[in-house]
Design a protein around this ligand. Structure first.
Ligand code: SF4
Ligand code: ZN
Length: 317
């Protein structure tokens, strides 16, 4: 008899590592059947943490069973923190094992600044944390590299807990357009934005950790120490709610998806996009959020940052 490593929250059933991985594989493959098309080139945003490592591993397995014919690659952004260094080593090892092309880009090489420096220049009680800047600058970099690599989809390692936290945070801010945009594989009106998919959106964080450990994936398991603000509070509160109402995470997420689906189908949230004056990326205003943040950082750093322009900056949306 094999040792149980995970208890299913709804049924209290104990699963051994092999059965847990098999159950996750079934859920993820059926999601990938809807998200991946023949001829896709999928770029995994690989941090070297457990989530994106498992996402890459399962995508590689999915590719090998040939339910779809697609290319697979991985992109890692080096944000310049000590925490990320061990992740990059793990990402290199995993892509080598799986035989997947791996591109590593430095945040400093793309934006002219990295997270270590951002932390050092932010005044006390500044209105944004280093984590907020990091998330936005990193997303911009991944989209740019994915597009240059000819990727048709970017796959992230966001698990069920991450996706639920993000939706609830957007709801708390009243940011319905962000909720609608953050669905699976949503196509932007702009060809410059590579659609994003989240293969692990139906898998809980604890299941991801147990599966990654069981599979012996080279990955680091800690949380980035710079994660701050609302997300930490939401994570704790949702975990407490789950203790009182087992299964509430899945129920909340499917409820939110139903609402998002209704809003999207109604066409109530239409956005008009133009090119950012500084970088050429699609934006609803004159200057995109990434460039606005870089202008702030430029002022704090007292030196110019990099504002690379996108090749199709003048395309009409
Ligand atoms: Fe960057 Fe925040 Fe993610 Fe850490 S948690 S890597 S600071 S976005
Ligand atoms: Zn811009």
């Amino acid at each position: 008899m094999r040792e149980a490593i995970h208890t299913v929250h709804r049924t209290n059933e104990n699963l051994c590592g092999e059965c847990l991985v098999q159950d996750i594989r079934r859920r993820v493959f059926s999601m990938l059947d809807r998200l991946v098309e023949d001829g896709d080139r999928v770029a995994v945003a690989l941090s070297g943490g457990k989530d994106s490592s498992l996402a890459l591993y399962l995508l590689s397995e999915y590719q090998s069973v040939e339910r779809r014919k697609f290319d697979l690659m991985a992109i890692t952004v080096d944000e310049g923190t000590a925490y990320r260094r061990s992740g990059i080593e793990a990402a290199r090892e995993l892509t080598r094992r799986l035989g997947v092309r791996h591109v590593v880009v430095g945040m400093r090489d793309i934006h002219g600044i990295d997270v270590a420096e951002i932390r050092s220049i932010l005044p006390r009680r500044w209105r944004r944390s280093a984590c907020t800047y990091c998330g936005v600058l990193r997303r911009w970099a991944i989209n740019k590299v994915a597009r240059e690599e000819g990727a048709t989809k970017v796959a992230t390692g966001h698990n069920l807990d991450d996706v639920l936290q993000t939706h609830l945070m957007n709801l708390a801010r009243g940011d319905v357009p962000a909720m609608v945009r953050s669905g699976q594989g949503v196509r932007s009106p702009s060809p410059l934005m590579v659609p994003r998919i989240r293969p692990l959106a139906g898998v809980r964080e604890r299941e991801v950790a147990a599966a990654a450990l069981h599979l012996g994936l080279p990955a680091h398991f800690g949380k980035c120490p710079l994660t701050t603000g609302m997300r930490v509070g939401f994570r704790r509160s949702i975990d407490e709610l789950e203790l009182a109402i087992p299964g509430i995470k899945e129920d909340l997420l499917s409820g939110l998806w139903a609402v998002i689906g209704e809003v999207r189908a109604s066409g109530a949230i239409g956005v008009e996009l133009r090119s950012c004056k500084l970088c050429g990326e699609p934006t609803t205003g004159e200057i995109c959020k990434t460039c606005q943040m870089k202008l702030e950082l430029q002022g704090l750093a007292h030196r110019p940052l990099l504002f690379p322009r996108q090749p199709q900056a003048n395309s009409n949306y």
